[in-house]
Design a protein around this ligand. Sequence first.
Ligand SMILES: [Zn+2]
Length: 247
Amino acid sequence: MNEFLMDAHMHFDLYKDKIEVLHYIEAVKSYTIAMTNLPDIYNRYEKLVGRYKYTQIAIGYHPELVKDFPNQIELFKKLSVKSRYIGEVGLDGSTNDKRICLDQERIFSEILEFLTGKNKVLSVHSRHASKDVLKHLDGFAGTVIMHWYSGRIQDLEEAIDRGYYFSINPQMLNSKSGANIISKIPVQRILLESDAPFIPSLKSQYSIDFNDIIYEYFSNMYNVTKKQVEHRVKANFEEIVKTKDSI
Ligand SMILES: [Zn+2]
């Protein structure tokens, strides 16, 4: 049995039975930051999630949704005052369409400009865009968690230098590049995430069992007990939430 359970990046709203997922998280006492991918979605679920102690809902504007929903930045700004947690935000370089890239950049930089210095915790998407994400984040005042980092090593090193955190998911443990990235992240910056339901094992049903898999991995990597890893991760998480008294 794990003493400390967490998930710094998951999408409860993408499950069919959302209430069941929230109840489960509450029952297992897992500290959870639930992403939303558009301000509209945050608006829809904010009150519902507010009833639960262990789940904090983040307001997001997913870069891959900018193309179809380009006009929610004012709503984002208006609603973001309600939440300390922000995500999923960032850039996604999977597209070759220059116009889409520019739209993503415009929205991400507006978000950062608006939120800087406001004591926010961001969960940042940087797939195929680590260099640009780092460029935009330069000078941003707030807590940054790089979610499922898969970018260039030089950008990873820059992110580490800047004091960013990294949420690690079990999928990363299975690839050579993921393992290489993980090996470079200081233990004080590690958090756990699932990105559920986007990893195959959590596609149909949410579970917190992945925590143990990651604890086991780090226990072998650092040659320490799983308990020691749990204590370290718990301390890291407390660093992130410490100015928030409700968790
Ligand atoms: Zn996500």
